[in-house]
Ligand binder design. Structure first.
Ligand SMILES: [Cu+2]
Length: 155
């Protein structure tokens, strides 16, 4: 099969871009430990309020000094509504939904995950800067989606 010179150049360019992309993703996964937010833990959406630790949403300190934050998303709010986090805390967020698909995003931190009923989404962040962070739902979840926001205060 004969390939025109320009076709060969563009084909080579396309394959090279693909190879660079795959190398970048592989390096990020293996070297930097980047993984998609886990959807490995399931939960019955009808029993979230009686399933520990989601029966008491909020911040929990672990023995090793890090923190776990349990959040329940529902139309059109997060529970807890306001969270106070100590400066420098490494927080692992566990988020589930009671009803529909929501988003869980803290702009400018890299915290961003989809929250699906029946599943627990997990994402971590170390808060190194004082201030009040916005927590927003970034998946359209209904008529008052734009009001679904919360704050996290780091002090
Ligand atoms: Cu929403």
């Amino acid at each position: 099969m004969h390939l025109h010179r320009l076709e060969r150049i563009w084909l080579t360019f396309g394959v090279a871009i693909l190879a660079i992309f795959l190398a970048t993703v592989t390096t990020a996964a293996l070297v930097d430990g980047f993984v998609p937010p886990s959807h490995v833990q399931s939960i019955d959406p009808a029993k979230v309020s009686v399933t520990p630790p989601f029966d008491k949403p909020g911040l929990h300190k672990l023995a090793n000094g890090s923190y776990e934050a349990y959040y329940v998303a529902h139309i059109f709010a997060f529970d807890p509504h306001h969270l106070v986090v100590p400066l420098g805390a490494h927080v692992t967020f566990y988020v589930t939904s009671l009803d529909v698909v929501h988003g869980f995003s803290i702009p400018e931190t890299g915290v961003n995950t989809m929250v699906t009923p029946g599943w627990v989404s997990t994402v971590s962040h170390t808060f190194r800067t004082r201030g009040t962070y916005l927590l927003v739902c970034n998946e359209y979840c209904g008529i008052e989606h734009q009001t679904m926001a919360d704050t996290i205060e780091v002090r």
